[in-house]
Design a binder for this molecule. Structure first.
Ligand code: UDP
Ligand code: MG
Length: 166
């Protein structure tokens, strides 16, 4: 079944210049990239993304990690689309704990466990179709994707403003 998955190259991946290596590994799966951007992660976005982990002891450090407080304040967000891509990307990413991940997986090759107890595992990927839909809609707006994935509605926006070069 054709499905989509949200991938984040986390701040440690960007800081360590692993973007190219990670995208090369992902490209071997032959899926299509249908959206991408560099994001400065707000506290609100981080909390929504990891809402199911709120009760975990590592949650405060996880927020700092994904917001880039330990590395650089940005992540690269991508949406990939293809046949069974959720499972395939999870396999290539490897286990959550980099010490337990297959050494040739992305997390096994590039991740580490820190002394403050967070798994710095360089990549996020959705774990099931429901999460993928929720995460894609959280990180991307409809017009930022080149494919029409989900129903949209048009809403009136009052007094739109945007920043331009001064
Ligand atoms: N995490 C951690 N310690 C743990 C479990 C998770 O630091 O014991 C971090 C890790 O960065 C992980 C993220 O929290 O990628 C989200 O956890 P989840 O269980 O959803 O793992 P994932 O889906 O990323 O494999
Ligand atoms: Mg998860």
């Amino acid at each position: 079944m054709t499905e989509q998955t949200l991938i984040l190259i986390k701040p440690d991946g960007l800081k360590k210049s692993l973007t190219g290596n990670i995208l090369s590994k992902l490209s071997e799966l032959k899926f299509e990239i249908i959206g991408t951007k560099i994001v400065r992660v707000s506290e609100s976005l981080a909390r929504k993304h990891y809402k199911d982990l709120l009760d975990k002891p590592f949650f405060p450090d996880l927020l700092k990690y994904i917001r880039g407080e330990f590395h650089t304040r940005r992540v690269m967000a991508l949406v990939y689309s293809g046949e069974d891509c959720i499972k395939s990307v999870r396999k290539l990413a490897g286990a959550t704990n980099p010490e337990e991940a297959d050494p040739v997986s992305i997390r096994g090759a590039y991740g580490r466990v820190t002394t403050y107890g967070v798994f710095e595992n360089v990549i996020h990927c959705s774990s099931c179709p429901e999460d993928a839909k929720r995460e894609i809609q959280l990180w991307f707006e409809p017009d930022e994707l080149v494919d029409e994935l989900y129903p949209v509605q048009t809403v009136a926006v009052q007094k739109p403003q945007k920043r331009v070069w001064a």
